[in-house]
Design a protein around this ligand. Structure first.
Ligand code: TLP
Length: 345
């Protein structure tokens, strides 16, 4: 893609930098299905330690990490409590029904943050209903704007899950962004949970890979599901090596992405025909309301700025390691010209 294109569709679009590519080229590898890839094992130990869990498993994607966790935690025919807009429900193609045989029970989550009382009310115990099997939270919450779930709310929901004897899973595809936004170590964000899914290929810029972490007992069961889903990878050290560089060098810089998203949001705020709720801009995403999202995104693309239409009236911009201050300034200029022209027409 020519450099003149500013790609704000997602933080998944990054390409690995020199240090990552070098680490990939030099990675010591083995057959990870035999548990013999030292680089994969090192990445799993590193992330387990950072997240505060006993152990961890390297998997190809965030979707697989989440769906493995749900399948391990819940039995067929059960309900899984998820916040409204959750990725596990909205964007994982019904996988929880297909793989684990469970159905979602959606609780309201204004700004991505469920009310613990709603979670308690959503737990079903009646003989006439599917019993609850697990509780899922998402932090940051993508669809709500990349918003951060406060630690006390995550803990309060965790206390309810524990009282009810329910496993508690975090879709932490962007938990590192939450940690940086909150100014706490990753382990604090992950503390209330029995399992977490963490992505290396979003803000941290690795080309592929996610981690699912938990107790040894949980990860043993997760291992079986990874294989069952075709996620057993052989000399995966070549990609795990990039994951190690991501975890060791790319976390602190997420603050730059957050700052740039803020600059973008403030620049967009007040433009004609573009609605921005600045309170939702807490990490590396900016969601804006427009009249016709598809047409808006198409027009932007012709001017070299890529964004995603996430509904007929909402567009998402995401900052990441391959977007710098000049790119944000240029994107703003393009959008401003477009919005002003459209308002005058
Ligand atoms: N999100 C992607 C799209 O699928 C929407 C993106 O561009 O944001 N959990 C969360 C919260 C996510 O945002 C994503 C990816 C995943 C899980 C799934 O990760 P992958 O794409 O690795 O399966």
């Amino acid at each position: 893609m020519p450099r003149t294109v500013i790609d704000l569709r997602s933080d998944t679009v990054t390409t690995p930098g020199d240090e990552m590519r070098r680490a990939m080229a030099e990675a010591v590898v083995g057959d990870d299905v035999y548990g013999e890839d030292p680089t994969v094992s090192r990445l799993e130990r590193l992330v387990a330690e950072r997240a505060g869990f006993e152990t961890a498993l390297f998997v190809p994607s965030g979707t697989m990490a989440n769906q493995i966790a749900i399948a391990v935690h819940a039995d067929r025919g059960q309900e899984v409590i998820v916040p409204s807009g959750a990725h596990v429900y909205e964007y994982e193609l019904g996988a929880m029904a297909v793989i684990a045989g469970v159905v979602p029970r959606i609780v309201p989550a204004p700004g991505g943050v469920p009310d613990p009382a709603d979670v308690r009310r959503a737990v079903t115990r009646s003989k006439h209903q599917a019993p609850t099997g697990a509780v899922v939270l998402e932090n940051t919450h993508n669809r709500a704007g990349g918003t951060v779930v406060p630690l006390d709310v995550a803990a309060a929901i965790g206390a309810i899950a524990r009282e009810e004897g329910l496993p508690y899973h975090l879709d932490g595809a962007r938990a590192w962004n939450a940690a940086v936004a909150l100014g706490v170590p990753l382990a604090r964000v992950c503390a209330p949970f029995d399992s977490v899914a963490l992505c290396l290929s979003k803000g941290l810029g690795a080309p592929v890979g996610s981690i699912v972490a938990g107790s040894r007992h949980f990860v043993d069961a997760a291992h079986r599901y990874r294989k069952l889903l075709g996620g057993g990878m052989r000399q995966a050290g070549v990609i795990a090596a990039a994951g190690i560089v991501a975890v060791e060098t790319m976390v602190e810089r997420l603050a730059l992405d957050h700052g740039r998203a803020r600059v973008l949001a403030e620049g967009l705020h007040g433009l004609p025909g573009v609605a921005v709720d600045l309170t939702t801009v807490q990490t590396n995403m900016v969601y804006v309301g427009v009249d016709h999202a598809d047409a808006f995104v198409r027009a932007l693309a012709t001017a070299g700025v890529l964004a995603n239409a996430v509904s007929s009236t909402a567009v998402r911009f995401v900052t990441h390691v391959d977007v710098d201050d000049d790119d944000v300034a240029q994107a703003l200029q393009v959008i401003e010209e477009m919005a002003t022209r459209a308002a005058a027409a």
